[in-house]
Design a protein around this ligand. Sequence first.
Ligand code: ATP
Length: 260
Amino acid sequence: MSLADGPAIETEGLTKRYGETTAVSSLTMTVERGTVYGFLGPNGAGKTTTMKMLTTLTAPTDGSARVAGHPIAERESVTTHIGYLPEEPPIYEELTGREQLEYAAGLRDLPETAASERIESLLERFDLLADASKRIEEYSKGMRQKVGVIQAVLHEPDVAFLDEPTSGLDPRAARTMRDTIAELADREMTIFLSTHILPVVDELADEIGVLHDGTLVAEGDPERLKSRAETGGPRSLEDAFLELTREHGDDGLATEGTAE
Ligand SMILES: Nc1ncnc2c1ncn2[C@@H]1O[C@H](COP(=O)(O)OP(=O)(O)OP(=O)(O)O)[C@@H](O)[C@H]1O
């Protein structure tokens, strides 16, 4: 089965336990292709663990999932079709930004000319051209983040998993990141976006899932999540998030990361 035949991501009872801790509990969800899926949840909810299972970095304790049409147990079939920006982007300090991206393109077997054109255009878009020949050890956090994102989407994967893509970015770079994500989704890339910055999700997501204590406690498009069950009136996504996670027993609300 290819991606064209089904959803970008499908999970069924996906579960991960670490000893006594259930990080993700029987997660069943579907992400349609070409959409931006905002994956929200308080600290410790299980978002990173879910992404690690979907990107084949860790095996589930129970349940199953398909990504880009391939079972996550078939690691190579999945990794060919995905890109991943983890919390700490995998980059080599001793390489220059451009060398790092060329290396990433090489790992993906991208033809040299096409890779080089794409690298230069993304470096320019993210305002990194002037620093592309400097070693990454000299880069700021935001510059590293830009390299991490570029290498996650360089090979135009079917599905890109982005964990806090705007982390460390100044307002202009954060805007570029949001525009880039929207454009990639327009070109049929599926974006699985995890962030605490709710306005980013509100702007970009077609569908939102809220995870709490490893369980999906709400799912729907932003407007649906923002409409009050009682009155049907609107509320902000932040209010919705706080209410949903409070209802489910969390008083240590994740307010810290919600301001841009
Ligand atoms: N390698 C591990 N070993 C043991 N427990 C773990 C491990 N990784 C995660 N956990 C636990 O699993 C739960 C979910 O963690 P996870 O990192 O997936 O949450 P998160 O939603 O990504 O949180 P944050 O928003 O803080 O990044 C937490 O209770 C965490 O302590």
